[in-house]
Design a protein around this ligand. Structure first.
Ligand code: HEM
Length: 419
């Protein structure tokens, strides 16, 4: 069995086979992320608010209009838990949730979000650019001289953990531990309960240790800031600090790693765009926005807090609702040539970073990372292509991006062939 077949077989064994995407979808089935744009197109043209009995009842709206309505409606929809799983939230932790501000509802959400904003202001992010660029070059230096490299596994997945480790002043070597948490929180949702509990236990132990160390030795980093800042004249509750740190480690890493991986996947399979970007580097900003639109990695979830009808569908208290921002980004009712990837698209009001009060706090940081990661990769490897399209594997669950991406570095392969 190849690595791809192996990985897909593992995830496939955790969920039931899919009977039909409109009435029995399961976003944790490996075929979902691998084929998501086609599935959304099919649904948009037939059943734009799909429903599945799985996870105790889950809705999947795919039109931009419906995704927007739900994202802005914090009265009928709660963010108490934003990851669909077998166990539903009870409503008891509202309006805080376990990972403020993403799991918080108004009015608490507003305050919890404001605490984070200064750390992600444009000038703070700009100050991290040189270090991020040097880190990307360092990763490429370590690739050796192989013709084929795994751009997801050897490059994309290392960049966001390094940036987060820098912001929180945690050891760079903890990157592997962060990726383990991401598996527990997102990809491993369908794993056995014991495996999941062991994962959460590990995260708890890690956070306890790091928070205690930092409390005793405060510095000029985001972790120290969260431990000492005040909200309404009081320090943040310990559970608030730990929930927010867990959120940053999870939401700040998998998302950006996926966006970088999808962008490299696009350029590896589209030589005309790769060559155009090489000759017209001024297109980098519109290209990054188009990568974020066309390959938006993040789908969040809500639970229905009050019965409501969306797109003619009766949503009942307690139902899960997936919010596929990536599907909204491909809705032809809102985007011209929605299914085409145009690296010079000028008007691009995409929803990759969400809509409404929970819009991504880390968007400046994410954009900087994707831009620098692409810029450095293309500078060092002006010509590359997919080494084996069938060997590309995709993540499973609500964050979508390549997890294995074998790429052939053309200049190296050519040089080797001529010597
Ligand atoms: C390409 C990378 C990223 C994408 C596509 C992305 C996408 C999103 C989306 C769609 C939301 C809205 C969630 C919702 O409506 O429930 C969100 C929220 C959030 N993101 Fe990101 N994100 C990215 C990177 C980051 C980074 C690097 C950080 C920070 C290190 C971050 C921190 C957050 C936080 C704190 C929230 C919660 C905001 C709130 O609830 O008010 N994200 N993100």
């Amino acid at each position: 069995m190849t690595h791809t077949e192996d990985r897909n077989a593992h995830f496939e064994a955790l969920v039931e086979p899919i009977a039909d995407w409109a009435t029995d979808f399961d976003h944790l089935h490996p075929t979902y992320n691998a084929n998501a744009p086609e599935i959304w197109d099919e649904l948009r043209n037939g059943c734009p608010v799909a429903h599945s009995p799985r996870y105790g009842g889950t809705w999947l709206p795919v039109r931009h209009e419906d995704v927007t309505t739900i994202a802005y409606d914090t009265e009928h929809f709660s963010s108490e838990d934003v990851v669909v799983k077998r166990v539903k939230p009870t409503g008891e932790s509202r309006p805080y949730g376990g990972a403020p501000p993403i799991t918080s509802d108004p009015p608490f959400h507003h305050h919890a979000r404001r605490v984070l904003l200064p750390a992600f202001a444009p000038q703070k992010i700009a100050a991290m650019e040189a270090e991020t660029r040097a880190f990307c070059h360092g990763l490429i230096d370590q690739l050796g001289s192989a013709d084929v490299i795994d751009a997801a596994d050897q490059y994309a997945k290392h960049i966001p953990p390094a940036v987060m480790a820098h912001m929180l002043d945690l050891p760079l070597a903890d990157g592997e531990i962060f990726r383990d948490f991401i598996h527990t929180a997102l990809e491993g949702i369908a794993e056995d309960q014991q495996v999941r509990e062991a994962g959460w236990q590990k995260l708890d132990t890690y956070l306890d240790r790091r928070l205690a160390e930092r409390s005793a030795n405060l510095g000029d980093d985001l972790l120290s800031f969260l431990l000492t800042t005040e909200m309404g004249g009081q320090r943040l509750q310990p559970e608030h600090v730990r929930g927010t740190v867990a959120l940053l480690l999870i939401a700040g890493i998998d998302t950006t790693w996926s966006a970088i991986g999808s962008s490299l996947w696009h350029f590896a399979k589209t030589p005309t765009d790769l060559s155009r970007l090489g000759h017209e580097p001024e297109l980098l900003s519109t290209a990054v926005e188009e990568m974020l639109r066309a390959y938006a990695p993040v789908t969040m979830a809500r639970t229905v807090a009050q019965d409501v009808e969306i797109g003619g569908c009766p949503m009942k208290v307690g139902d899960w609702v997936l919010l596929p921002f990536p599907a909204a980004n491909r809705d032809p009712a809102v985007f011209d040539r929605a299914d085409e990837v145009l690296i010079d698209r000028e008007v691009n009001r995409h929803a990759a970073f969400g809509l409404g009060i929970h819009r991504c706090v880390g968007s400046n940081l994410a954009r900087m990372e994707v831009r620098i990661a692409l810029e450095v990769f293309i500078e060092r490897f002006p010509e590359f292509e997919l080494a084996n399209p069938a060997a590309v594997t995709w993540s499973v669950g609500q964050v979508r991006g390549p997890r294995s991406l074998p790429i052939r570095i053309r200049s190296r392969a050519t040089a080797r062939a001529t010597t």
